[in-house]
Structure formats: C-alpha cells, structure tokens
Design a binder for this molecule. Structure first.
Ligand code: SAM
Length: 282
C-alpha cells in the first residue's frame, strides 16, 4: 500500500508527496503537528495540514529570510525572531559571529521540542548561547519594546490560526516601535499566484506600506509551497534593500550558503509585472 501526504493548494489544486512513514501526529494547544519521512524531500513538518519545512528545500526559505537583511546591514547585533519554531532561521542567524543577542518568540513549545527531536537539520542551533526562547504570542511580546532591535524577522505561519495577528497593522506598528532607527523588518509575505494567497500578500503589503517609510518585496522559489513562488517583505526605517546592500562586506564574511548570493539578492527584488500590479494597486 502506498502512503501519500496531500495538501490542498486551492480547492482545485492538490500537491502530494509519497511518504515512507509518519513520525509524529500530535495536537498541541495551538495546532495539529505532523512530521513525515519521504524519499524525495526527506523529513517534513506540517502544521494544521500546511507545509512548513522539508529537509530538501528549507535552505532556500531560511537563507532568503536571513541573509537579505544581514547583507544590507552587516552591523546588526540584536535580533528578534517571531515564530520560526523549526529553528532554520536561527541556524542561519548564528552563522554571524557579529550578532550578539537573538530573542525568539514561538507560541507553541511543542513545535520546538518536536523539531529538536525530528528535524535536527534545522533545529541544531536553537541551543546557541546567544539565543533566548520565549513561549508566547509574538503580538503580545513585541508590544513591550521600544528602540530595542536592529532586525525583526517574522517567520510565521499563514494569516489564519495562531499566525493571524502577525499580519495586522497593530502588529507591524508595534514592530516599528521595537526597532531602532536602523531597524529592518522581514516578514513572510505569502504568494502572488493563487487568489487566496494573493489577497493575503496584498493585505500584508498594505499594512507594511502604511507603517514603514521603506517597504519592498522580494521573491524566491520554493518547490513545496503553493505554486512554488513565494515572497518576503523587506520594510525598514531608512535602509533600501538594493541601494544600501554592502556587497564587499558581506562577501568578506565568506559564509557558506547554498542559495543566497549578493547577485541573487539584487535580482530577487525584480518582480514580474503581474505581481507589481497587484502590489501597486492595493
Ligand atoms: N517556514 C514556515 C512557513 O511559512 O510555512 C513557517 C515556519 S515556523 C514553523 C512558523 C511558526 O510560527 C510555527 O511554529 C507557529 O507555532 C508559530 N506561530 C504562529 N503564530 C504565532 C504567534 N502569534 N506568535 C508566535 N509564534 C507563532
């Protein structure tokens, strides 16, 4: 008998991965958590039936969410990460010796525990001494701070379930206050391709544009997310992701990356016409 993981990308489109076995099936206080093992994508984590990370393609997501802001301001020292329970974003951040302090706020401790046990590939740097983990709602956590962080990364689930509040103007406004004058915010910006994801993208962009003087969008290709075409938002108080990139400084760090490089960084902000139209017309 064959076992397949199937996710509905739209009511008309399904995406399936052949599975060897299921390693975890658990309902936490916040969501359904599953881990599967497959030949093509290795182990993968889903929350409420939506793909979060696979061993095979997670490097694309985690490198793009981290190295873009770090190349614009390699002087970043204090970072807040919201969500990110699988640990991949933290793993990339800890490659920078110059980062002094990382707060991570994850609402669901079970995601972290399960990732440590079943996804060491992404979770193995969660114990770095610079990392301080808080199990709280990111929306409430960020309210407490003013002028505290150089970088906030919102590595959240989609805008329904526990992640819903992380796409609101109130949340982005609180992030603005928690950032210092050099502050950069990166957020999970959904996808332009299918209508439901595109609505979420347009909404996220509208809220960010209303909050930050600089609000840019960049793309990457992730085989296991709906349509394979996904976006991150780059918002900041003063940095422009293209004009201010410190190419030489970043290259001198000689960090090992499999997807990110500074040429790709610049290309990622060149968006297709239909995406520009969606963003411009919001
Ligand atoms: N790369 C993933 C994606 O976009 O599919 C997201 C990775 S990570 C697993 C997302 C994490 O955000 C989850 O572990 C979830 O528990 C956490 N999360 C959702 N809502 C949150 C909230 N309000 N505060 C803090 N963490 C939250």
């Amino acid at each position: 008998m064959e076992l397949w993981y199937t996710e509905e990308h739209t009511p008309e489109v399904r995406f399936s991965i052949k599975v060897n076995r299921q390693l975890v099936s658990k309902k936490s206080a916040f969501q359904q958590i599953d881990v599967f093992e497959s030949k093509e994508f290795g182990r993968f984590l889903t929350l409420d039936g939506y793909m979060m990370v696979t061993e095979k393609d997670e490097f694309i997501y985690h490198e793009m969410i981290t190295h873009v802001p770090m190349a614009v301001n390699p002087q970043i020292k204090r970072v807040l990460v919201i969500g990110a329970g699988d640990g991949g974003t933290i793993r990339e951040l800890t490659k920078y010796d110059t980062i002094e302090h990382i707060d991570m706020v994850e609402i669901d401790q079970e995601v972290v525990e399960i990732s440590k046990q079943y996804l060491p590939h992404t979770a193995h740097k969660l114990d770095d001494e610079r990392v301080h983990i808080y199990y709280e709602d990111g929306l409430k956590f960020v309210r407490r701070f003013e002028n505290e962080y150089d970088l906030i990364i919102v590595d959240s689930t989609d805008p329904f379930g526990p992640g819903e509040d992380l796409f609101t103007r109130e949340f982005y406004g609180n992030c603005y206050n928690a950032l210092n004058a050099d502050g950069i915010l990166i957020n999970q910006h959904e996808s332009p391709f299918y209508a439901q994801d595109a609505d979420a993208m347009v909404n996220a962009h509208a809220q960010l544009k209303a909050t930050f003087p600089v609000s840019q969008v960049y793309q990457f290709h992730l085989p296991t997310y709906p349509s394979g075409h996904w976006l991150f938002g780059f918002a900041s108080k003063r940095f422009d992701a293209l004009k201010d990139i410190q190419v030489d400084t970043w290259k001198q760090l000689k960090l090992p990356t499999k997807y990110y490089n500074t040429e790709l960084h610049c290309g990622a902000f060149a968006l297709p016409n239909y995406v520009k139209e969606l963003l411009d017309n919001e």
